[in-house]
Design a protein around this ligand. Structure first.
Ligand code: PLP
Length: 391
């Protein structure tokens, strides 16, 4: 007997980077700049809180929306850090990673045939998520000329005025692009004018860099702009800034009606987010700010190093100011895939070809600097050798 797979599942192609993992397995000296997760361990205080909760036997489900203490702490945290105001009782939903929150939002706000515009290149899960929900994806490519920020011109060129939902991810995976308030204002105006629901993935909100003055950047959420709170869902979580990927904890913020709809799906499909992780997350918000600042400082040091080495090597790279990625251009005459495969086979450095992340990513490589400086030094030296020998 063969299973009859649903059309929706069949429509989603297998991940474009699987082949690279197979090549990487052939060598035992590979340095990976390919993964999007912190090389740091979860701060000790958060780990201790998780352990203590287990010792107390706190292993039951929590309230569907997450523990009251954690939702209150999240409300306070996003208020202090990002000027976001959400009522912990009705406007915060704790989920199994931001991934679950993203998926819930597609299922809650997308009907079969609805169009979801996605600013790309972007995180690889949005497109499959839209397809699983029965929606149609509309790619809105961003370009290096705009430093991979979304523009109204790009939205208009793609026909996003006809879309129902717009997905944004800033700071961006894979480009490292950020959008400042002045960049977000015209996008917000477009969303209001065309009545778009905005899904804003802000999981890298803590990870912005750039120095002082005009260029000193802190994250701005599009939900803080006039008329946007009522049409926006914000996603965030503990995987990136708090180095808690394996604990699987994230959250969604939005108006009570929208969060209630997402919670309806969550309560039937997940019941509640992992209890142990909720204890860790509460502690992370209460006492781990300096750990986060230390990690951000280290990412920034690595970011500067990686950007300057690519420029020395002679590869163009725009000044990424967020997340822990940079997005250099491959040399002329190469496709991203050829370059990524070559540098992996010949030099044992794993990077991700930009096309995997959708239109706009061609001709680029995603380089993750969530890797120690020593390995980054070695990897960049190997990339330099590859370029000297082959370009
Ligand atoms: N959103 C973006 C933009 C990501 O890059 C990732 C992970 O790489 C996620 C969401 C998933 O986060 P979580 O571990 O909280 O599910």
């Amino acid at each position: 007997m063969t299973f009859e797979l649903s059309e929706r599942v069949q429509e989603v192609p297998p991940s474009g980077i699987r082949r690279f993992f197979e090549i990487a397995e052939e060598r035992d000296d590979v340095i990976s700049l390919g993964v999007g997760e912190p090389d740091f361990s979860t701060p000790w205080a958060a780990r201790d809180a998780a352990i203590a909760s287990l010792e107390r036997g706190q292993t039951s489900y929590t309230a569907n929306r997450g523990t009251r203490e954690l939702r209150e702490a999240i409300g306070e945290y996003v208020g202090d850090r990002f000027d976001l105001e959400y009522d912990p009782a009705e406007e915060v939903l704790v989920t199994a990673g931001a991934s679950e929150a993203v998926d819930l939002s597609f299922r809650a706000f997308v009907d079969p045939g609805d169009t979801v515009a996605i600013a790309q290149p972007s995180y690889i899960s949005y497109e499959p998520g839209v397809i699983f929900a029965g929606g149609e994806v509309l790619s809105v490519p961003t370009t290096e000329a705009d430093e991979f920020r979304l523009t109204v011109d790009a939205l208009e060129a793609a026909g996003a005025d006809e879309a129902d939902v717009l997905v944004l991810c800033y700071p961006n995976n894979p480009t490292g692009a950020i959008m400042r308030e002045r960049d977000l204002e015209p996008i917000a105006e477009f969303a209001r004018e065309h009545d778009l629901t905005v899904l804003s993935d802000e999981i890298y909100a803590e990870l912005t860099y750039g120095g002082d003055g005009e260029d000193g950047v802190d994250h701005t959420s599009i939900a803080t702009l006039p008329g946007m709170r009522e049409r926006t869902i914000v996603f965030n979580g503990f995987s990136k800034a708090h180095a808690m990927t394996g604990l699987r904890l994230g959250y969604a913020l939005g108006p009570s009606e929208a969060i209630g709809a997402m919670n309806k799906i969550h309560q039937y499909t997940m019941l509640s987010a992992p209890t142990t992780a909720q204890h860790a997350a509460l502690e992370a918000l209460e006492s781990c700010e300096s750990d986060v600042r230390d990690m951000v400082d280290q990412y920034d040091r690595r970011r500067r190093f990686v950007l300057s080495r690519f420029r020395e090597i002679g590869m163009d790279v725009f000044e990424a100011k967020g997340a822990f990625y940079c997005f250099p251009e491959v040399p002329e005459g190469w496709t991203a895939e050829e370059f990524a495969e070559g540098v992996l086979r010949e030099e044992g450095v794993a990077v991700v070809p930009g096309d995997v992340f959708g239109p706009g990513g061609e001709g680029h490589l995603r380089i993750s600097y969530a890797t120690g400086l020593e390995d980054l030094r070695k990897a960049l030296a190997r990339i330099e050798t590859f370029v000297e020998d082959n370009v």
